[in-house]
Design a protein around this ligand. Structure first.
Ligand SMILES: Nc1nc2c(ncn2[C@@H]2O[C@H](COP(=O)(O)OP(=O)(O)OP(=O)(O)O)[C@@H](O)[C@H]2O)c(=O)[nH]1
Ligand SMILES: [Mg+2]
Length: 223
């Protein structure tokens, strides 16, 4: 009976905290991205590729969320940048409080980019603002081109949709034109990049998008 008001209260408290985080990121010119997808679409793989190709001097840090295990943090830490695992212990999404807690001992003045890998889930993470500058949604070609229509909220809210695992296109019945059309139906104008984290194809476009975002965060600081 009381579920809806309670959920509303939790969300509004989360929104307040997320707004504070956003203001802090803005104050320090930090680009924060909230990366969301189903389990296994390739969020960690995309981040591994990203960290590998960023210049050593880039001031980037990563938070990675999972219900259990530190596996993704172990993978990501190999690149040598600061990484922390957020283990939710059962919660199917990250929230602003978790972000606040896990960045508490990172001096924000030393950061330019904060990449947040959310818990693998296409539904719940879309409701929780983390104070990010933008949400990025991944869809891999093994998931079916209908997913944007079935899970519209995250595709509507994401500024960028990354279609991953395009190296598998010859082997799976995935209609990429239809997938693009479905994303546009839910979110007209949504930017889309097609990549393979395995072969590296298309990752230059993703890196360009990231660099433009970083420059915009710095330009906003100057205003
Ligand atoms: N063929 C192919 N496999 C990929 C690609 N990207 C990721 N994978 C594989 O997909 C599997 C899942 O990748 P992850 O990067 O762990 O996916 P994730 O979204 O981080 O998964 P969770 O954190 O569990 O939600 C791994 O076996 C990857 O090697 C790709 O572009 N092509
Ligand atoms: Mg992962």
């Amino acid at each position: 009976m009381n579920r809806v008001p309670l959920e509303r209260k939790v969300l509004s408290e989360n929104d307040k905290l997320a707004a504070e985080l956003r203001a802090r990121f803005h104050e320090h010119g930090i680009l924060c991205l909230n990366i969301i997808s189903s389990p296994g679409s390739g969020k960690t793989s995309l981040l591994e590729r990203t960290l590998e190709s960023l210049p050593r001097e880039t001031r980037v840090a990563v938070l990675t969320g999972d219900i259990q295990t530190e596996n993704d943090a172990v993978r990501l830490a190999r690149a040598g940048f600061p990484v922390k695992q957020i283990t939710t212990g059962g919660t199917c999404h990250l929230d602003a409080r978790m972000i606040e807690k896990h960045i508490a001992d990172w001096p924000l003045e030393d950061l330019d980019i904060l990449l947040v890998e959310n818990v693998g889930n296409l539904v719940c993470p879309s409701s929780y603002d983390l104070g990010e500058h933008a949400k990025v949604v991944l869809l891999s070609v093994t998931e079916g081109e209908d997913k944007p229509l079935k899970y519209p909220s995250i595709f509507f809210k994401a500024e960028l949709a990354v279609i991953n695992k395009i190296d598998l296109l010859p082997y799976v019945p995935f209609d990429i034109a239809k997938a693009r059309e479905n994303i546009q139906k839910v979110h007209p104008g949504c930017e889309i990049v097609e990549v393979s984290c395995t072969t590296g194809e298309g990752l230059d476009r993703w890196m360009r998008w990231l660099e433009i975002g970083r420059q915009q965060a710095i330009a906003a600081l100057a205003r």
